[in-house]
Design a protein around this ligand. Structure first.
Ligand SMILES: Cc1cc2nc3c(=O)[nH]c(=O)nc-3n(C[C@H](O)[C@H](O)[C@H](O)COP(=O)(O)OP(=O)(O)OC[C@H]3O[C@@H](n4cnc5c(N)ncnc54)[C@H](O)[C@@H]3O)c2cc1C
Length: 304
């Protein structure tokens, strides 16, 4: 990169893929445009497949706060230089501190690696980063669009099939339409119906018994809120921080990055939790769980 070149311009100059194999004539249908589906689509496109992605949501869903992605998954971006660079710019490396519910520090400062078991920690050779899920998702989706892989929204797959010769697989959509391909990848999450085709029985996801309230705000919103703005600054050198407050019944986690702050409350599922990344309960419903703990951080009044 020349000294005059801006980061945006340097990204533009990177190729979308190191080397794409010639078309192999294999058609692929990926069901689900979560991180898993988008990753499969990207890799299959690279080896020359003709790929399309079906997603049941009517448009891209940019909810969610942040998640941690380990070196094995991030390594899969190596052959996509531009996306790899875009994703590396999104990663953040927070310092962690763990407190009890009365606000006293019990462990920390810690690096993200320090919370892994010794065996896993020793096997990892590089840093682990935390990513804004909406931004990472958007970067992956934009990459696929750039290279011409269609991601079709509003395509609700209700069933899967194989034809009798076993040479084609396919999906049935909500409106009854049937579409087939040489290969179908079911990346439609924990309620996928694909087990009917490939397994002799359903292996259902097991409830953990826990539920979580989560919210993320752009920092401009939070700066108006004296409590959060003052108590959760960036650390020296602008480093992000993650503050956890752990007790037997509830855990609260605050994650402060350069331009965002997120708040999560984990609690026992009393049967009222609804499984969704797009649910907007009132703040009071979350605060009920921590009403006896005055020292715990609370979300902004404007949460919704
Ligand atoms: C909107 C959203 C926000 C999230 N936010 C966070 C977060 O902030 N922090 C975190 O730790 N994890 C978050 N997750 C979970 C995390 O992304 C996943 O656990 C992880 O990435 C595994 O990804 P996946 O692609 O296997 O499954 P998922 O991420 O669950 O993706 C499955 C996709 O398949 C689609 N789908 C489901 N059924 C059908 C169907 N019948 N037909 C077509 N498409 C279908 C879903 O709409 C979804 O887009 C979020 C997931 C979603 C969907």
């Amino acid at each position: 990169m020349s000294l005059e070149e801006s980061p945006a311009a340097s990204l533009q100059s990177l190729p979308d893929v190191d080397d794409r194999s010639p078309s192999n004539g294999i058609s692929v249908l990926v069901v689900g445009s979560g991180i898993g589906g988008l990753s499969a689509a990207r890799e299959l496109w690279r080896i020359g497949c003709d790929v399309r992605v079906f997603e049941k949501q009517p448009s891209e869903v940019l909810t969610g706060d942040s998640f941690t992605i380990g070196p094995s998954a991030i390594g899969s971006l190596r052959k996509f230089p531009r996306l790899d660079r875009e994703v590396s710019l999104l990663g953040c490396d927070p310092v962690m501190r763990i407190h009890n519910l009365q606000g006293a520090l019990v462990r920390g400062p810690l690096e993200m690696k320090d919370i892994l078991s010794a065996e896993v920690r020793n096997s990892i050779k590089c840093k682990i980063f935390r990513y804004s899920r909406p931004r990472l998702y958007q970067a992956m989706l934009t990459h696929l669009r750039r290279v011409g892989v269609p991601v079709d929204h509003g395509m609700d797959v209700i069933d899967y099939f194989e034809n009798e010769s076993g040479k084609k697989a396919g999906v049935v959509l909500q409106d009854g339409a049937k579409l087939d391909a040489d290969l179908v990848i079911a990346a439609d999450g924990i309620h996928s119906q694909s087990w009917k085709t490939v397994l002799d029985r359903q292996v259902p996801a097991r409830p953990s018994g826990d539920a979580a309230f989560r919210v993320a705000y752009p920092i401009e919103v939070v700066h108006d809120d004296a409590m959060i703005g003052a108590e959760y600054p960036l650390l020296d050198g602008g480093r992000p921080q993650t503050l956890a407050y752990f007790g037997p019944d509830v855990q609260v986690i605050v994650h402060r990055t350069v331009d965002e702050i997120s708040w999560a409350l984990l609690h026992e599922d009393d049967g009222r939790a609804r499984e969704s990344w797009d649910n907007h309960p009132p703040v009071d419903k979350a605060l009920e769980w921590i009403k006896d703990y005055n020292e715990l951080p609370k979300p902004c009044e404007r949460s919704c």
